[in-house]
Design a protein around this ligand. Structure first.
Ligand SMILES: [Zn+2]
Length: 186
């Protein structure tokens, strides 16, 4: 068997697989291997927190938690460069496009996994991080605009308060004058 065109390395979520050389689109690069579990054993494994279960069909689930299963190190991405396919009840991983060296190899674990295990807002894939960064920048901008709006409104407010004070002063002066006049008359 030829050497794997990728290596195990540090990723944002722990460990991941990174291409060590260019890999052509539609290359079969790994098999998801492990013990084959029936329905009951699969449910039990899921309940005990095993995150490396791959459901082949309604009857067979592969327990890929063993270290010998290199495919367990593929991380999830919402914008993956690989995907999985099943042939003769075996699970393989293939590339979806040409891959450059040092690119992390990922596949989409599916909506259920994202929702129930990772959490929709906790995904650390490049697409989700970019989306969150953009959203945070937009929020910051929005807040800055609001602050500017409030500042200019309070400046205007201060101007109108000054105007009012002037008017009141004039009134007071007038009333003082009137009082003086009155006082003069009496
Ligand atoms: Zn994501």
């Amino acid at each position: 068997m030829s050497r794997r065109p990728y290596r195990l390395g540090r990723s944002l979520t722990g460990l991941g697989l990174f291409a060590t050389q260019p890999i052509k689109k539609k290359s079969r690069i790994a098999e998801y291997t492990g013990r084959r579990l029936g329905i009951d054993a699969a449910l039990k494994a899921e309940k005990s927190g095993n995150r490396y279960l791959y459901e082949v069909n309604s009857k067979i689930t592969i327990d890929g938690a063993r270290h010998g299963n290199i495919a367990r190190y593929f991380n999830h991405s919402c914008n993956p460069n690989c995907d999985t396919f099943i042939r003769n009840k075996r699970v393989f991983i293939r590339t979806l496009r040409n891959i450059k060296p040092e690119e992390e190899l990922t596949y989409d674990y599916g909506r259920d996994y994202l929702k129930n295990v990772i959490g929709l807002n906790n995904c650390l894939c490049s697409r989700c991080r970019k989306r969150r960064k953009k959203h945070a920048a937009e929020l910051r901008e929005k807040r800055a605009r609001k602050k500017a709006r409030l500042a200019s409104a309070s400046l205007k407010g201060m101007a109108s308060v000054k105007g009012k004070t002037k008017k009141t002063k004039t009134k007071k002066t007038k009333s003082k004058k009137t009082a003086k006049k009155r006082g003069g008359k009496s």
